[in-house]
Design a protein around this ligand. Structure first.
Ligand SMILES: NC(=O)c1ccc[n+]([C@@H]2O[C@H](COP(=O)([O-])OP(=O)(O)OC[C@H]3O[C@@H](n4cnc5c(N)ncnc54)[C@H](O)[C@@H]3O)[C@@H](O)[C@H]2O)c1
Ligand SMILES: [Zn+2]
Ligand SMILES: [Zn+2]
Length: 361
């Protein structure tokens, strides 16, 4: 029997989200239905609602979630009903050219559930990042469920499902931050602060947090920033250079994703350093840089999809570090809210009042 549950829907560009009944099919082959316990509000959900990702409305929002497997379809052996899982939006295929070359975090053929969740009138929904978890039960591909220790609270575990993993991984995986590095992070929301934390965990000795909001800078200090720069008042490129002996940082992470912040990252980086773009730009944005500077400054310009994480490798490890009090993931949870408060959470995010509002079910 299909399930009928309440979910958060974005019907059109810029329209306020609504709470509507969603029909969730029983899991088919390779699929699982998960009882969502918690789902964080990520800036990407707002990008969807604003039409910044694509026009496939109506969207079923929410994609940063943890829950308990309710049922699995035919052929599913990796997870079973009752397992506590974090949902991931890059279930690797194991067979594409990236996977076959031993680089599954780049998988070019990640998969989602084959069936669609619908509104009661049959309208097919586009689940955000192939998940759609502002919903009591959601349908995903079984590979999107990564089992972790059930000792972790769901609202903390769920954060690894998107923003916090993206930020930690931008520093640790994509940026390859290591002991003694200097790192600058531009934009200190949930993703940027996770990058600050990832840099600290990896052993960076100087971690410079940049934001336009003083409150965010204060929070970034709490995650391990050694220095902060308010780029609404100070030129961040000059500030980062002067904090790094005039050279620039080894790794600069753009957790905003705008042409101006990318340029700041590009020029605030030391020669042969690395720029990591983890903030997501919108389709209208273009970048104009002197090609000679791209050549002359050397190093690497990288993008970070989901922190180049491998859920099966990274989620259980990070949850273990949290349970050992070595990774304060709980500090990202600013508030616990209900499904009917997502729109309000977007407004708070916009005003910079929260790192993560987490819907708890
Ligand atoms: N690459 C990925 O896999 C991935 C995953 C999750 C989120 N994201 C993206 O990461 C970005 C950040 O997400 P978030 O949830 O942390 O958002 P957020 O809204 O919580 O944080 C954004 C931060 O950037 C700051 N900011 C805005 N403009 C700035 C500027 N010009 N200079 C400096 N700081 C500025 C804001 O004050 C805020 O603190 C979004 O674009 C989101 O879509 C990417
Ligand atoms: Zn693959
Ligand atoms: Zn997200």
């Amino acid at each position: 029997m299909p399930y009928e549950v309440q979910g958060v829907i974005a019907r059109g560009k810029g329209q306020e989200v609504t709470l509507e009944t969603v029909v969730v099919p029983d899991p088919g082959p390779g699929e699982a239905v998960v009882n969502v316990k918690a789902c964080g509000v990520c800036h990407t959900d707002l990008h969807y609602r604003e039409g910044g990702i694509n026009d496939d409305f109506p969207f079923l929002l929410g994609h940063e979630a943890a829950g308990v497997v309710e049922a699995v379809g035919e052929g599913v052996t990796d997870v079973a009903p009752g397992d506590f899982v974090i949902l991931n939006w890059r279930a690797v295929c194991g067979q594409c050219r990236a996977c076959l070359r031993g680089r599954p975090w780049y998988c070019f053929n990640t998969h989602n559930a084959a069936q669609r969740m619908t509104l009661k009138d049959g309208t097919e929904l586009s689940p955000a990042l192939g998940i759609g978890a502002f919903l009591e039960k959601t349908l995903v591909a079984a590979g999107q469920c990564t089992k972790v220790s059930a000792e972790a609270p769901a609202e903390v575990a769920g954060l690894l499902g998107c923003g916090v993993m993206a930020g930690l991984g931008a520093a640790m995986n994509t940026g390859g931050v290591t002991r003694g590095d200097s790192v600058a992070v531009i934009g200190c929301g949930g993703v940027g602060d996770a990058a600050v934390l990832g840099a600290a965990l990896a052993g960076a000795t100087r971690i410079i947090a940049v934001d336009v909001d003083p409150r965010k800078l204060e929070w970034a200090r709490g995650f391990g920033a050694t220095d902060v720069v308010n780029s609404a008042e100070t030129d961040p490129v000059e500030a980062i250079r002067s904090l790094t002996g005039g050279h620039g940082a080894d790794v600069v992470i753009d957790a905003v994703g705008r042409p101006e912040t990318y340029k700041q990252a590009f020029y605030a980086r030391d020669l042969a350093g690395t720029v990591v773009l983890v903030g997501v730009p919108t389709p209208d944005m273009t970048l104009d840089l002197p090609l000679l500077d791209v050549f002359g400054r050397g190093g690497a310009l990288k993008s970070s999809w989901y922190g180049d994480c491998l859920p099966s490798r990274d989620f259980p490890m990070l949850i273990d570090l949290f349970l050992q009090n070595r990774l304060p993931l709980d500090k990202f949870v600013s508030e616990r809210i209900g499904l009917d408060q997502v729109e309000e959470a977007f407004a708070k995010m916009h005003r910079g009042e929260v790192l993560r509002s987490v819907v708890v079910l």
